[in-house]
Design a protein around this ligand. Sequence first.
Ligand SMILES: Nc1ncnc2c1ncn2[C@@H]1O[C@H](COP(=O)(O)OP(=O)(O)OP(=O)(O)O)[C@@H](O)[C@H]1O
Ligand SMILES: [Mg+2]
Length: 355
Amino acid sequence: MSERPGLAPAAGAAGGGARPPQNPGSLRRPAHYNPQKPPEGDLPCKPRKDPLNWGFFCVFPERLQKNPQAQQAPGQAAKVPRLPQHSGQTLKAPQVQQNPRQTEKTPQIIRTEKLSKSFGTNAVLKEVTLGIPEKKISAVIGQSGTGKSVLFKTIMGMLKPDQGRVWFRDTELTALKPNDLIAMRRRFGYSFQNAALFDSMTVGENLAFPLREVLRIRDRGEIRRKVAEMLEWIELPGIEAKRPDELSGGMRKRIGVARALIMQPEVLFFDEPTTGLDPVLSETINNLVVRVNRELRITCVMITHDIPAAFRIADKIAFLDQGYIIAEGSPKEVALSKRDMVRDFLRISFSELKV
Ligand SMILES: Nc1ncnc2c1ncn2[C@@H]1O[C@H](COP(=O)(O)OP(=O)(O)OP(=O)(O)O)[C@@H](O)[C@H]1O
Ligand SMILES: [Mg+2]
């Protein structure tokens, strides 16, 4: 939207809400941005308002396992909160946990209602009702193969749902004609699970491709400038001539993000942006997600198996299991879920963390 700093409006952006032309053609860093000094509140491991002290657990994960009473000086109250204990209750039929704060007060840029998707007899999404808060970071977590990528693709219209609806602001995407849906999709960026770069093209050509083929920009100078600015913004300047197979895994992931970002989306979906990366590179990518959100004010939605990072950087977390969202809300609300599945998953995720 127009108030996003640094990003020019998408040329040819579809839909009635096209952004007014301002700051044409440039992707600038905000004046306050200094790559040597991360913006206030940025990572690493600096949690925002963090009542459960997740950042603490990221640095000292062993505290999740130990009795905090044993850490404290005699007579002092325990300061280290623990994950909720296993209640031992049996899992009932899944229900969506509505979060009144999220659904009523926070503007939601995307909403799904009772979304279902099957492949033959494999019912992957059953009734997924979910809201994505605007200009925030949301994380979708859950076990492997539970349908997280299918959910993203269904929201973006790359897969057609069997039933249910998807809205982008006030537009029901599931009611659009195919051409209108394709045009609307330009508002979304998708950073694929495996970066999905064209290996036969250079980095520069990979980034230029959507500018030429989707935005139909013909001016070579403009394309060169946009590509160079984008590479500078992701802090990989001057690597236009390199080929994807010359890049490290972390660089490839960043180029994948850059290729989605160069289209100036309003919502950027990240499918497992840190999978396969070492902890330091993972932190770089998590920082990039935070920068995309805070500096460019783009709504970010990520699928991740990096649960501590999700709890550290996401404003909202949704837990997908057996075709339903079984817990959603702030990290604290999800951490306090009474669902055995959620509790077990979080306990294992945090206890397996090695620092
Ligand atoms: N195009 C497709 N055709 C048939 N089945 C599919 C297709 N895409 C996904 N599936 C099936 O849907 C299920 C969910 O897959 P999905 O990739 O969404 O899982 P996921 O939660 O993203 O897993 P992971 O965390 O391992 O990436 C799997 O059983 C998968 O085999
Ligand atoms: Mg997946």
